[in-house]
Design a binder for this molecule. Sequence first.
Ligand code: 8YV
Length: 328
Amino acid sequence: MPEQRLSVVVTRRLPEAVETRMSELFDVALRPDDRPMERDALIAAVRNADVLVPTITDQIDAGLLAQAGERLKLIANFGAGVDNIDVQTARQRGILVSNTPGVLTDDTADMTMALILAVRRRIPEGLSIMQRGDWEGWSPTGMLGRRVGGQRLGVLGMGRIGQAVARRAAAFGMQVHYHNRRRLRPETEAELQATYWESLDQMVARVDILSINCPHTPSTFHLMNARRLKLMKPDAVIVNTSRGEVIDENALTRMLRAGEIAGAGLDVFEHGAEANPRLRELPNVVLLPHMGSATLEGRIEMGEKVIINIKTFDDGHRPPDLVVPAML
Ligand code: 8YV
């Protein structure tokens, strides 16, 4: 008799290769279209499935988890950040949570550098002039940006992605500074040539570019609040490829409009897809639709991680990328 296969519900379309492999291994319910799952469908999924594969567009909160059936044993998040999941409540209900760390580090760090360059060198402004057909020819003082080499970069959150940003920034000749819950080991600090600031306030006041690379947790929510944003130098810029909730977006918008911060590169927003519309009006602000980790290679590797986590669990072992509340 064939063995009972795990029933797995995937909430969004995943790359074809990932969906094919999942279908070979599990009794998987794939999405016919790529719209975020409605709450009712999510409830049905947690009631009936053994494993749920959500993404950042699904809120797996205590209310939803309260509806989970006896069978639900694993939430294998397609994503590194798990702020869409109430990990604590899941744990209390005996449901494991896994994520996909590591495979989106380089892509996200690349996008951070792209945003730094885009803002400091005014790339979207130049593109817009060309697209409008408004270029009147070269001029010695035309489209002057700021040189990134020699600038002080402050990395807020020196985990995998923060460190990958630091390596890239050093190659561009930037001076790397960082703030993190824990100081790095001396050999890592030396390798990254990074200067540690125990006080975030002090670091923020001294850098030319601030890059947000920490996860969104209760203790990082609005870490860059109005008071801290005001500490930044008026000619400094901020880039965020992490989570919008780390910055008070309304305060940032006000300060950008008032010229109290020189620019911003934002890939993520406090209210998901609802970026403050005033940000769109500002020439010194580069907005992207959360595409920091959006490479085909990255998405396939994320899918492979999800599969490994489910398969390992199915084989009776601890999923390699288990998220435990103490990590958050
Ligand atoms: C992913 C991300 O695209 O993995 C993360 O934490 O922020 C993104 O880069 C998204 O979360 C996929 O669910």
